[in-house]
Ligand binder design. Structure first.
Ligand SMILES: CC(C)(COP(=O)(O)OP(=O)(O)OC[C@H]1O[C@@H](n2cnc3c(N)ncnc32)[C@H](O)[C@@H]1OP(=O)(O)O)[C@@H](O)C(=O)NCCC(=O)NCCS
Length: 159
């Protein structure tokens, strides 16, 4: 499977893959996510990324990977961080190493750009993705803990 850099001509395909990711991932794991975002804003958003040297847009196996360098964080002066913003492999191509190739290309790009750490966020319930990232060498670093809105009926507004 060939991994290639997206060109401006590939933006519609990138938007299609991102829409698939939104539907499959956020659609299952976050009822508050705006699933209409890729169709509404995706073309302008990805067209900008494809032309940005601080971003990486790859395609392979009916899917995509988007990564970017994060601006320096004054609170973590030693960190040069590249973020894997989103990725997806077409269902018919899964478990044949395409995702691994995409991530390896991203890691190589991040190293070339001087990154000394790479991060990715995933839903805690997306177990296949977590297994995949672990298999590529990622480990949990920070966790988001969420309290569902059941607490609202139990708090005293006076406090
Ligand atoms: C996660 C995803 C990108 C993985 O892509 P892929 O091309 O299937 O992954 P690979 O074939 O390169 O897998 C590499 C290794 O990761 C692990 N892995 C991948 N998918 C897995 C799964 N469903 N369950 C458990 N482990 C898995 C395995 O160790 C695998 O090696 P193996 O096949 O030799 O056992 C793909 O399943 C996908 O697009 N999922 C839907 C979108 C998504 O969840 N994206 C991530 C959002 S954070």
């Amino acid at each position: 499977m060939t991994v290639s850099r997206c060109t401006p001509e590939d933006v519609p395909e990138l938007v299609r893959s991102a829409a698939g990711l939104f539907a499959e991932d956020a659609g299952r794991h976050d009822p508050r996510m705006d699933l209409g975002w890729p169709a509404r804003e995706g073309t302008a958003y990805y067209a900008k990324l494809v032309d940005d040297p601080g971003c990486l847009c790859l395609q392979a196996g009916g899917g995509h990977l988007v990564g970017r360098l994060r601006p320096p964080d004054p609170l973590r002066p030693g960190a040069v961080t590249a973020v894997l913003e989103s990725m997806r492999v077409g269902p018919e191509h899964r478990r044949s190493g395409v995702g691994a190739e995409l991530v390896d290309a991203f890691l190589a790009w991040a190293a070339e750009k001087g990154a000394n750490e790479v991060t990715v966020r995933a839903y805690a319930a997306n177990e296949p993705a977590l297994a995949f990232y672990r298999a590529r060498g990622f480990e949990p670093f920070e966790l988001t803990l969420r309290h569902r809105n059941g607490w609202l009926s139990t708090v005293d507004p006076a406090h």
